[in-house]
Design a protein. Sequence first.
Length: 231
Amino acid sequence: MGHALINFFANRPFAMDTDDFDTALLAAAMAQAEQGGWSSVSLLDAARTAGLSLPATRERFPIRASLLLRLGRIADDSALADDTATGNARERLFDLLMRRLDVFQQYRNGIKAVLRALPFDPPLALLLGGATLESMRWMADAAGINTTGLGGLVRVNMVVGIWTHTLRTWEKDDSEDMGSTMAALDQALDKATRFRLFPAETDMNAGGLPDLDFAEPEPPLHPHAENTPQE
């Protein structure tokens, strides 16, 4: 997939828009990562391979990590593009996360190289961890999960955990249909449901808690009421 994209963009006779530019550079860089690991990736070499302007590459991607941040944004945009909001929150979150993975699948071997490098590159892991947290906040919001307040922070981190668990399975899932990945995501969502990640099917008040009836209870009968003679 990566080499086909490189050839397609390198042979285009007309000027690219920024999306095409980024896609071409991503394809070339991920092909480098696939062949020699993330440490072998050179933005300059990737730009030359894709037939891109070096000054434009330098302007849009000042450091290598910015390429991975851009990939995350592309995945987010793809996930959020279909905002029909059908189904319940669990179903919507499943669809959103799978649409992100559909983008990752296009650069599968390159991304796997990045994942292998993360334990040995703490600054990159920290940077991508922060970006992932923000991405999952968007996914949670789009799914209809309340992300405000302290409870919202907990829920967003639960979504991060779901994504991380699913990504680890995806890394090992070589099937065309990502069957194992979808099963892992389903399992993680089931567990999150037990921890009340998703809003209940009942009406919720502004604080995110079920509406409660605060009407005063009927006063208890006087202890001798049943012995009081009727008039």
